[in-house]
Design a protein around this ligand. Sequence first.
Ligand code: ADP
Ligand code: MG
Length: 698
Amino acid sequence: MKNISEYFGCLVFDDRVMKANLSAKVYQSLKKTIDEGAQLDISVANAVAAAMKDWAVANGATHYTHWFQPLTGITAEKHDSFISPSPDGGVIMEFSGKELIQGEPDASSFPSGGLRATFEARGYTAWDPTSYAFIKGKTLCIPTAFCSYGGEALDKKTPLLRSMEALNKQALRILHLFGNDDVKCVRTSVGPEQEYFLIDKEMYNKRPDLRFTGRTLFGAKPSKGQEMDDHYFGVIKPRVAAYMEELNEELWKLGILAKTEHNEVAPAQHELAPIYSTTNIATDHNQLTMEIMQKVAAKHGLVCLLHEKPFAGVNGSGKHNNWSMATDAGVNLLSPGETPYENAQFLLFLCAVIKAVDDYQDLLRLSVATAGNDHRLGANEAPPAVVSIFLGDELNAVLEAIENNTPYAGTQKTQMKLGVDVLPKFNRDTTDRNRTSPFAFTGNKFEFRMLGSSNSIACANIMLNSAVAESLKIYADRLEKAENFEDALHEMIRKTIKDHKHIIFNGNGYDDTWIKEATEKRGLLNYRTTPDCMPHLLDAKNVKMLTSHGVFSEAELKSRCDIMLENYCKTVVIEANTMVDMTKTEIAPAVDAYTMELAKTIAAKKAVDDTLTCNYESGLVKKLSKLTDRIAIKTEELENALVELHNAEGIISEANMIRDVVLVKMGELRLACDEAETVTAKKYWPFPTYGDLLFSVR
Ligand code: ADP
Ligand code: MG
């Protein structure tokens, strides 16, 4: 086996390859585009395209694709081969700068939420030179943004790049006020911790619910679940270890910094975390990671489940979005500094985040809202649906001291005067203890923990970047006009703490009393479900903020709201239909067949001796018969609820009906079927059980 450093990034057209394969002039010019967003000259594009093609062909590629992230949540690609006919009847391999920079895939089958009528089905993809091209299989993949003929974003990358630019612009204003004039740009970084389940492929194939919806819609609780806490950080089983080994290799070849792997809380649940990188690259990499996880699983006879809640009663899967802001020189703006001045700057950026999270709780909540994630949030395995911030005792004490102009006990200094005192170094151990907070400060970064495992991290980061850009803009507007910078700064930090401290909560987020306190005393938002939160995307304050920073146009926001709600509705309707189908064609007949066998047993026993009571069998027959009756009723009620959806007036009303009726009926049907599972002989039960699924991979 080769050394990792020898093959790391071997499938990536990265800086090393660029340097080696481009002329110095072309390389410099491309670097300028990558680092500073400078316009790329067509002659440079042609040279880059030619080098990219030669490199890709030398590495076995025959095709190229503009790789993009439409609003379906997964990635899309349309392959074109490099071949071009030559006069002698053969072919040559060609790839022009124009083909590199722009593509025109037919966009009509991607969701656009009305932004693009099908008669003008053309969409455009535009190269994102800040994210390296890479080879997947035999295809050169070029990361691109995707937009409509009219220039509206139809993807997740475009608004993400815009939000990064918005934050960059405002953060630079602040840094310049602090005299950091040599900072050229500020970028946000993300390290997403990805949770997933691995189950056996043969078992998976026998479960239509898993195949069609990614989660189990039925399944009685196994005798052993996660009660023993024996899986978390436990020894990794050989089949899983082999999977992780190959997964790491594939990711490393793609230049993805896969770093940490371990078992998670639930049986069959695992986690993979990369080393953090710039947000748009981290986003591309996370999409690729999810894809490769599934591909590698298939090679090992396994299936990787990325659904937020594949199994009821055991923990679901999330994705922790570790987020920070750093300058082009690598200075982390969320890291307390060495000097008093640096500390004041740190506190200002910290306050910007606190204010952003409070002012835009709704946007953060809805950025992670999907039908799948609704099962997780607030279910004592993930943060509640109420957004709050954990700061840790030390930092909290600092903020309290500033707010009240009182001495801070943690230092020898008498008073926390900004720009004068040195802050203590925050010990990671004391900032990272709280695992129940949706948004936790962990020493030099924030960890947003509400994301679902299958979510693209783009959505959460778009909202986070934009909201922080807005706080920074408000600060910069005020500070640029201030007569005395230090006083204005101090006052602003104090005011932020005062106005927004209700979002700070350092206690146990899983505790019911917290939800009561958060909603009743503190007035924090509690949007439990997707239909509860999604329409707030279009609240005036949100539209104003997002459009003012150029992250979205109003039309784009409307379309996104529609698409997310449609997505919610479609997801649940498919689940409901799958339940109806499984019940009618497999579960009810299986229970009946077992009942029949019991009845036959009773008859056979009585034929031998008619004084035998057969209490066991007849009791079961009665019970099963009642259960099949209930299953029939509940199936019909669910079917009726689905028919009722046709009467919905608009997508919001449909989503509400799904939340209030369809999901409730699904729960009732499941309850009846799960009970039947517990009293039906295993050989009659048509599907692998939870025990089979969760403990099958050795
Ligand atoms: P855990 O949360 O499991 O204890 P860590 O907090 O050490 O693990 O790391 C989680 C993720 O946070 C990793 O992907 C890591 O690269 C990332 N991370 C570390 N520092 C930063 C930072 N400054 N900005 C963004 N992400 C970071
Ligand atoms: Mg973490």
